[in-house]
Design a protein around this ligand. Sequence first.
Ligand code: NDP
Ligand code: 8X3
Length: 253
Amino acid sequence: LLDPRTLTLLVTGATSGIGAATVRRFAGAGARVIALGRRAERLEELKAHYGDLVHTAVLDTRDLKATEELVANLPEPFRAYNVVFANAGLAQGLEPAYEARIEDWDTMVDTNISGLLYTVRATLPAMVARGEGHVVLTGSIAGDYAYPGGNVYGATKAFVKQFALNLWSDVAGTGVRVTNIEPGLTETEFSVVRFRGDQGRADGVYAGATPMTGDDIAEQVFFACTLPRHVNITRIQAMASQQTFGPLVVKRT
Ligand code: NDP
Ligand code: 8X3
């Protein structure tokens, strides 16, 4: 297995949930981590806890120029990053497509597709040039299975799934690996964001079940990243043990 202390990980969406847990898992094992997100106070907490192992910066991943500038100006110990975890993403709304807000669709497409692409495009050339790297994407089971109200969110994650495969086609043999992490039910701030701050409705998503946690997903990222370099995990799909897919439905008249 790779020594985590040889890894320098760039994480988008590091301010909560899966991203924050991944920062903790890697920095806790001695890896260097570049932690990115929009909420500065959350980043400051990570910095205060991990000190020199963690470099933080405020970044909205939808801003290509800011992403490129950040990558070009990383401080010395973080410049040779060899894992990029493009994890920032969100769902907004659960309405059927004929009632959904177009602004929510724009936000999901801009973040889950364009933002993810900007992160990858800005960081990939240097890893290919160094002959060593790993792109880890956060997809979702929502990119594999349909559910009512998942319309555009699920479609963005299906994009991530196919992009991961095509990216792997491009970089296989360069020393860069590609992994798509596809979690199912995971309790983070995801549902609070989806339901625009309605904590009660968000709690209802997890009530009566034992969802996965950000730490559970971070462990999967850690597994994929610390396997020897001749091994590439193309995808990890994980569900909570109480979750499964539904049957096909016939809406009878
Ligand atoms: P959280 O809401 O807890 O975390 C989302 C993270 O994304 C935050 O750190 C947020 O940071 C960041 N983010 C959102 N928009 C932007 C943006 N424009 N620029 C930069 N950062 C942004 O949810 P999760 O941890 O659950 O979500 C992480 C990923 O996991 C997402 O891609 C999500 O789709 C995916 N996922 C989640 C599942 C779940 O059940 N929880 C299951 C499957 C996939 P900030 O607001 O500070 O910018
Ligand atoms: C998040 C999982 O099933 O709520 O991607 O869409 S789900």
